[in-house]
Design a binder for this molecule. Structure first.
Ligand code: ZN
Length: 298
């Protein structure tokens, strides 16, 4: 088996074959990085919503129509994250395959009264690396379906990356081992870390709901300010994709300090600390562990 893989790897490393790579379009940067890891050298990935950009608030452009018409495969998260996606598909006339990476992930629903009378799915599944493992499986199956000759290579890429995700998951657990349950509270601008909270035990609070388009009412802001003061929450965090005005307002009204930037719904640019999914998670966890002072030595 190893010989076959080595031969195939050598074959696809030849520069003459580069132009025959599959062209995959992903909806946002975090997903794009994971797709690239599963496809490796066999694919080229482009992303609609780029680094440090907000997918919730995105508006597709005519260039996006052109981009997706060139795609052999499109990969989106789903769970109503890319609210503009159906509009884009319709406008472009794209008829190719679309993979919903979050299929089979156990998601939860929350009330978002500004947008719906019914509970809506929380799309931010990537804040738990174990959910990203399911992304990887779904992406792998989609690539194998459109490129069956390379089934073995996609399988190998996927299992290599899942191993890295398992290491990441264990490392995060170690960072927060022994933290006092329910007392380590983190304030961010929008509700993007619920799956992280469930997996690792911190508590996340946010003035905005599941979407950055959610504008908190004056009443909600007053309640959060009261809670920060009452519970003596000393550190709050800005996000790379959202406006900092709510967090700055909370800081000035409560005296809490800003503990750094968390990468919530997008990677950073390559030269910044969150240029890949693995680096972004390391950055977020290190920032939280250092600034909150909630960790307990083993
Ligand atoms: Zn979000």
């Amino acid at each position: 088996m190893k010989l076959i893989i080595a031969f195939l790897a050598l074959f696809y490393a030849l520069p003459t074959h580069a132009k025959n790579k599959l062209f995959v379009v992903s909806s946002f940067s975090i997903l794009g990085d994971v797709v690239q890891n599963v496809g490796g050298d066999l694919i080229e990935v482009q992303t609609i919503v780029g680094p440090n950009e907000d997918t919730h608030a995105y508006n597709p452009t005519p260039n996006d129509n052109k981009l997706i018409l060139k795609a052999d495969l499109i990969v989106i998260n789903g769970l109503s994250f890319e609210t503009w996606f159906q509009r884009l598909i319709k406008a472009s006339g794209y008829k190719g395959p679309v993979t919903i990476a979050s299929k089979s992930i156990p998601f939860h629903k929350m009330m978002e009264p500004q947008f719906s009378d019914e509970p809506v799915p929380d799309p931010h599944v990537w804040s738990n690396p174990r959910h990203v493992m399911i992304w990887v499986q779904n992406i792998k199956k989609a690539l194998q379906k459109i490129d069956p000759n390379n089934t073995i290579l996609y399988e190998k890429n996927a299992s290599d990356y899942i191993e890295k995700l398992e290491t990441l998951n264990q490392w995060i657990k170690d960072q927060f081992k022994g933290i006092p349950k329910d007392t380590c509270k983190v304030i961010t601008a929008h509700d993007a870390f619920n799956y992280f909270e469930k997996a690792y035990g911190l508590v996340f609070l946010a003035p905005q709901g599941l979407s950055t388009l959610d504008e908190p009412s004056a009443h909600e802001m007053v309640n959060l300010i009261k809670q920060i003061k009452k519970e003596k929450i000393s550190t709050i965090f800005v996000e790379n994709i959202s406006s900092q005005h709510l967090i700055k307002q909370l800081a000035s009204e409560t005296g809490a300090k800003i503990g750094g930037t968390l990468y919530s719904d997008a990677l950073s640019k390559k030269e910044e600390p969150g240029g890949t999914y693995l680096n972004m998670m390391h950055h977020n966890v290190s920032t939280l562990a250092t600034s909150l002072g909630c960790t307990v030595s083993p």
